[in-house]
Design a protein around this ligand. Sequence first.
Ligand SMILES: CC(C)(COP(=O)(O)OP(=O)(O)OC[C@H]1O[C@@H](n2cnc3c(N)ncnc32)[C@H](O)[C@@H]1OP(=O)(O)O)[C@@H](O)C(=O)NCCC(=O)NCCS
Length: 181
Amino acid sequence: MFVKSLGTEGAELRPLEPWQAEEFFAHMERGREFIGQHIGFADAAKDLESARRLLQGYADKAAADTGRIFGIWLDDKLVGGVLLRVMDVPQGMAEVGCWLEPAATGRGLITRAARILIDWVIRARGMHRVEWRVSSKNAPSIAVARRLGMTKDGVLRSNHPYRGVRQDLEVWSVLAPEWES
Ligand SMILES: CC(C)(COP(=O)(O)OP(=O)(O)OC[C@H]1O[C@@H](n2cnc3c(N)ncnc32)[C@H](O)[C@@H]1OP(=O)(O)O)[C@@H](O)C(=O)NCCC(=O)NCCS
């Protein structure tokens, strides 16, 4: 469909669709342990069938205009992605998420990809508020929110259990006028 350069040689943002389930599952196998430290995303793609279901879920969200998912390819290898887990057009609110396999971290890929996604959701789609929800223990993800110029709204203390331990969930956000400035 389209390829968007991420400004570093060989790094591209592209749509991630159900027909790519095998490639997505192979990538999840490489990144499962790392990605699963803080989020259940990798666990939701535990085999090829569930990986396809996850992508189909996002294809359905795209069709309903309630979410999106995009992959990041580095030298033609799928290494991560960014997504709109929530996109509530009537309320003007969206939530961005992200993940990488470990070999692709430390290059600014997520920061750049998230900028493109936030730009689109605010400028093209008119969302007023974009959220980033992150476990307070997830320092690399919090660093991305900060790098994106987001503001910490607060902490939902002991919000939900993950792997048997209740998590403090930080809510970060950027508003459309802040993004434009
Ligand atoms: C969250 C996650 C995607 C962050 O990955 P990341 O590589 O730190 O993020 P980026 O791709 O934006 O890269 C930023 C790093 O690259 C460095 N970098 C290099 N060139 C850069 C550039 N041009 N622009 C920005 N950063 C750059 C930054 O300094 C930073 O490294 P540092 O943290 O050592 O200072 C990753 O830790 C991950 O996948 N975790 C598991 C899944 C997860 O927790 N997802 C988020 C749920 S809320």
